[in-house]
Ligand binder design. Structure first.
Ligand code: E4P
Length: 218
């Protein structure tokens, strides 16, 4: 399973990259706004910086909701760097645009996915990545991970190439569950990634090893 970080923070992207486990980055308009990045030129510049920092794929999301607008915006985003993937919402015009981008060889991430039916449509359109939003489904007291399992089964049966990118990940447990559910990629906040490091027995064990070393070498 690939690890993407879900942020527009340069600092956090560098921290995850320096762990040596980072395969890519996802962003969205809310994450860009959170970092205070506004205005088309600044947004494009910021994507360029992110694409320079990581070797892997960087999802850059369109704002337009009509076919022509999505295509124009997506082509501009795709021109920023070879590792930019155009993030397109799961709407009718979005599916049309994903089909168009697929024909043009432009890679896409179909976002805001909440059902297996949407996942089938995105795969048929040739999306490179599919982003089902696990946490937001959990937020309304459904089981987000069930959707990942269902899509993984459908894609395996049908032989679709689209990669399942588990999104809206809120915890380290979500990451482990996504791996079990068959996600190809997980995109997560930095603290969910670093949370995977933690275990009290690791801390206790290390403390003892260091204390014993000190005793033997003092
Ligand atoms: C996906 O690509 C989105 O950027 C993100 O995962 C949404 O997460 P949220 O539901 O925590 O906002």
């Amino acid at each position: 399973m690939k690890f993407f970080i879900d942020t527009a923070s340069i600092e956090q992207i560098k921290e995850a990259r320096d762990l040596g486990i980072l395969d890519g980055v996802t962003t969205n308009p809310s994450l860009m706004a959170k970092e205070g990045i506004t205005g088309t030129d600044n947004i494009i510049d910021h994507y360029r910086k992110i694409a320079d920092i990581v070797d892997g794929d960087v999802s850059a999301e369109v704002i337009s909701t009509d076919f022509d607008g999505i295509v124009e915006e997506g082509e501009r985003l795709a021109d920023i760097a070879p590792n930019i993937v155009v993030k397109v919402p799961m709407i009718k015009e979005g599916v049309k645009a994903i089909s168009y981008f697929t024909e043009q060889g432009i890679r896409t991430n179909c976002t805001l996915v909440f059902s297996a039916g949407q996942a089938i449509l995105a795969a048929k359109a040739g999306a490179t990545y599919l982003s089902p939003f696990v946490g937001r489904i959990d937020d309304i007291s459904w089981e987000g991970m069930d959707l990942i399992r269902q899509i993984a089964e459908i894609y395996a049966i049908q032989g679709y190439d689209t990669e399942i990118l588990a999104a809206s990940i809120r915890s380290s447990k979500h990451i482990v569950d996504a791996a079990m559910a068959g996600a190809d990629v997980v995109t997560c906040p930095l603290d969910a990634i670093t949370g995977l490091l933690k275990h009290p027995l690791t801390d206790i064990g290390l403390e003892k090893f260091l204390a014993d070393y000190k005793k033997g070498n003092s």
